[in-house]
Write a protein that binds this ligand. Structure first.
Ligand code: CP
Ligand code: NVA
Length: 307
């Protein structure tokens, strides 16, 4: 099954493939906005497996597949055999014989890798403990829409060095931009876990204000990711000085945008003034999940299309 193309982490695609996908996303989004029917995936079935909660990921994949003429089936751990210990390899064999493409949201990256190794069809990472590649594809598409090419720009990541942060770091290597990361002590980036080749594209800062200086994009995420709920109280204390607020946005470039993958906690990782303020592009960012993932599914199933 080695010839099947999966999307398990950001670096699974090249810069050239991202350039194609962003152009394709623009076209697919235009069709959607103009109410133009576009059904390249008629009769194709997407299976979505959720081992963690979701609003945006489920909605954008399910709506996206329907809009491309296909259908989507939702499975979760609670009411499938996955929650009762069926080996992931067996699940992959069966699910991939009955569908054309699979999206999985799960815990360790190793689980999705084992699934993909036993799948006859493309597998997409809808978030693992380590990565969230579809999110960063949408975020970068949003940046390009708002401000132009991301190459050479600076992204400030303030907060936890989690799955979304790791994916920004991989994206910086693939697309050649810089990431300033500021985390509280003890929560620093682990380059190996982030899947980085080197440290050329990121710099760690003890002071979040220093990280924000000169940034073209400031971004953050919840202090406690799904699966880490037991650490919530401790994290609330440890992260208290890592809120993105108006002062921090003032330290960034004047035309910097603010992003957050959502769901957000106003008053924790971001102030209401920032997320609801004029520099925030979070609603476009969320919407773009739909458009980039449609381009991604089309690409994994049909290859490049000339439009
Ligand atoms: N950003 C994101 O993936 O949101 P959901 O958890 O709602 O899917
Ligand atoms: N880092 C968060 C992202 C949610 C979309 C989590 O993993 O819970």
């Amino acid at each position: 099954m080695a010839s099947v193309k999966h999307y398990l982490q950001f670096k699974d695609l090249t810069r050239d493939e991202y350039d194609y996908l962003f152009a394709r996303t623009r076209w697919i989004k235009e069709q959607f906005k103009a109410y133009q029917q576009y059904w390249p995936l008629t009769d194709r079935t997407l299976v979505m497996i959720f081992e963690k909660a979701s609003t945006r990921t489920r909605l954008s994949f399910e709506a996206g597949m329907q809009q491309l003429g296909g259908s989507a089936i939702y499975l979760n751990t609670r009411d499938s055999q996955l929650g009762r210990g069926e080996p992931v390899e067996d699940a992959a064999q069966v699910i991939s014989r009955m569908s054309d493409i699979v999206m999985i949201r799960t815990f360790e990256q190793e689980i999705i890798e084992r699934f993909a190794a036993n799948s006859r069809v493309p597998v997409i990472n809808g978030l693992t403990n380590e990565y969230h590649p579809c999110q960063i594809m949408a975020d970068i598409f949003t940046f390009i829409e708002q401000r132009g090419p991301i190459q050479g720009k600076t992204v400030a990541w303030i907060g936890d060095s989690n799955n979304v942060c790791n994916t920004w770091l991989q994206a910086a290597e693939v697309l050649d931009f810089n990431v300033h990361v500021s985390t509280p002590p003890g929560y620093e980036v682990e380059p190996e876990r982030a899947g980085l080749y080197g440290t050329d594209h990121f710099e760690q800062f003890a002071d979040p204000m220093e990280a924000a200086k000169g940034a073209d994009l400031v971004t953050t995420d919840v202090w406690t990711s799904m699966g880490f709920e037991a650490e919530n109280e401790e994290r609330l204390r440890d992260f208290a000085d890592w809120q993105v607020d108006a002062d921090m946005m003032r330290a960034a470039n004047k035309d910097a945008v603010f992003m957050h993958c959502l769901p957000a906690h106003r008053g924790e990782e971001v102030s209401a003034e920032v997320i609801d303020g004029p520099q925030s592009v979070v609603w476009d960012e969320a919407e773009n999940r739909l458009h980039v993932q449609k381009a991604l599914m089309e690409y994994l199933l049909l290859g490049r299309i000339n439009s």
